[in-house]
Write a protein that binds this ligand. Structure first.
Ligand code: GLC
Ligand code: CA
Length: 568
């Protein structure tokens, strides 16, 4: 089995994980101080969201220097120590590779701005503007930025515009330029040579842009240029080249791609082993459930969805990716999403029960599981007032919703408060001490007031703790090739509330049954009836297998059966 299938990845968003020097900002020494905690849960791989030098316009995803550590987080010495201490505990590190854009403070961009003839000009996407009817300069086309507003910024000196698909400080690189690609490959080699295991690649399916940068959509109003930037044939070629020139030279280099609106077909083309591009990729359909066609802040469906739709999304991806021999990175939350227990579970009456249900789901699907800091204690969304918002996306889209979409302010506020990325970025809750044990100073972003009862220290003391549940299911998964790499087969597929499936290979078979609703119900397991199912894990205590099981609210059950080959 390829080793990437057997890993358990824990994502750290360093700014909010643990502050070691009481400046209110998480840092690398903070991460080091929690390695034993992570190892104890069974984590073997850490993904660090960007820790490079940055102006923090997009909290690290705007990189000034890929060879330097953000001084707020520590030094290269601290990084080397983290790498070493993690290795000693059997934990590998993967870094975020932000290769679609650099910040406007990066030396390449600063050089590019110096003159139109600079050799660095062609590292980015500069273009002359157009004139409107009154003769004023306007951007070269109608491309909308992912965070709202035009995707073009004007360089006053030359009068030209440069492309910024994300924040106005994140300047899109020109991947058609061989020198840019070499520059990125060099960065990758630098970190791989240091001993990291691999990369999570940021918006990697948008690195290629359509020749001539044609207008988006109907070409009139600002519109997002999906058709001209998402998964163009060239982006596949670039990733193939990257694999050949860099990744293939490092044994077992780990790669996971992140991309916007990746289709199933594309995901397979990025991840099937014979493609020699990436190990795995994320999908976001699950996270956009209940959103309108324009994405997370498109509230027109009222963020309403039901369990059947959720199941359909999951099974659709699971089965098609399996059929195409691709591989998914599965996750229920990350630094860009609301907290999973608030989004997909029930953060009031069934917080710990539903958190366990989601944990079992994420840990038993086909694909490599990713956890996000805080989910192991069931951290929830945090109600944030406007002056407490920290994320550019939230602040900018608040304006866009009012100005472009003509929403009244109170509705725009509600929409942002529902989906803001800041939910995921409030400090990790370590204890019931002031500031949640994250820091001894007022942190850079509000601490969720529920830290007094949702925190690591208290959770660890509980009987049947959530952390303990993670520890158990991680241990089971790591010791089972059926769970890591076996097939998935849906069971009782049309059940409106319960998701059930088999994970199996020739040696053993697991049956997963999870009630994703707050209502009791019955599930029909006749299609997998046998007397050999043994209960392995259950969130309401151990339950005997029965072909018609009644399940409690958010009950999650795991059964195992040893198949004949192993028995002989
Ligand atoms: C990815 C990151 C997100 C960032 C964006 C631009 O989607 O996950 O946090 O804002 O790329 O780099
Ligand atoms: Ca600090």
């Amino acid at each position: 089995m390829e080793s990437f299938k057997n890993r358990i990845v824990y994502q750290i968003w360093p700014r909010s994980f643990k502050d070691s020097n009481d400046d209110g900002i998480g840092d690398l020494q903070g991460v080091i101080s929690k390695l034993d905690y992570l190892k104890d849960i069974g984590i073997d791989t850490l993904w660090l969201s960007p820790v490079y030098a940055t102006g923090n316009k997009d909290y690290g995803y705007d990189i000034d220097d890929y060879y330097k550590i953000n001084p707020e987080y520590g030094t290269m010495g601290d990084f080397d120590e983290l790498l070493k201490q993690a290795k000693e505990r059997g934990i590998a590190i993967i870094m975020d590779l932000v290769a679609n854009h650099t910040s406007d403070q990066h030396v390449w961009f600063k050089e590019a701005l110096k003159s139109k003839d600079s050799p660095y000009r062609d590292y980015y996407i500069f273009k002359e503007g157009k004139r409107d009817r009154k003769g004023r300069s306007v951007p070269p086309n109608n491309w909308l930025s992912a965070f709202g507003g035009s995707a073009w910024q004007r360089d006053e000196k030359s009068g030209e515009y440069y492309l910024t698909i994300f924040t106005p400080n994140q300047c899109d690189l020109n991947w058609a330029n061989r020198k840019v690609r070499e520059g990125i490959y060099e960065i990758m080699r630098f970190w791989l040579d240091k001993g990291i295991l691999g990369f999570r690649m940021d918006v990697i399916n948008t690195i290629a842009k359509a020749d001539g940068l044609p207008p988006a959509g109907k070409g009139k109003k600002l519109d997002f240029p999906f058709e001209h930037i998402v998964s163009l044939p060239k982006s596949h070629e670039y990733l193939k080249e990257m694999h050949e020139e860099v990744l293939s030279h490092y044994e077992n280099a780990f790669t996971v791609g992140e991309g916007m609106v990746t289709s199933i077909t594309d995901l397979i083309r990025y991840t099937a082993p014979e493609e020699k591009k990436l190990n795995m990729m994320f999908q976001f359909d699950l996270h956009l459930i209940g959103c309108g066609p324009l994405g997370k802040f498109d509230f027109r469906k009222g963020y309403l969805w039901n369990t059947k739709e959720l199941k359909d999304i999951i099974f659709n991806w699971q089965l098609k990716v399996q059929e195409g021999n691709g591989w998914l990175g599965n996750f229920m939350s990350n630094h860009d999403q609301p907290r999973q227990v608030s989004r997909f579970g029930n953060d009031r009456h069934f917080r710990r029960k539903s958190a366990k249900a989601l944990a079992l789901l994420n840990m038993t699907l086909r694909g490599t599981p990713f956890l996000y800091q805080g989910e192991e204690i069931g951290m929830t969304n945090c109600q944030l007032e406007i002056d407490e918002w920290r994320d550019f996306e939230a602040i900018n889209d608040f304006k866009v919703l009012q100005e472009m979409m003509h929403l009244p302010e109170f509705v725009a506020k509600k929409v942002i408060q529902k989906m803001t990325r800041d939910h995921a970025r409030t400090p990790m809750q370590w204890s019931r001490k002031e500031y949640a044990g994250f820091s001894n100073t007022l942190p850079w972003i509000k601490v969720n007031p529920n830290y007094t009862y949702i925190n690591v220290e208290d959770e660890l003391k509980k009987e049947n703790s959530l952390i303990g549940f993670y520890r158990q299911i991680i241990a089971i998964r790591k010791n089972s090739s059926a769970l890591s790499s076996g097939v998935i087969i849906p069971v009782d597929r049309d059940h409106p509330q319960v998701i059930s499936y088999l994970r199996e290979n020739q040696n053993e078979s697991f049956l997963v049954v999870i009630n994703l609703s707050e209502k009791k119900t019955k599930v029909n397991l006749e299609e997998v009836m046998t007397s050999e199912w043994r209960a392995v894990l259950g969130t309401y205590g151990s339950r005997e297998y029965d072909s018609t099981l009644s399940v409690h609210p958010y009950e999650a059950l795991l059964f195992r059966r040893v198949k004949s080959i192993e028995k002989i």
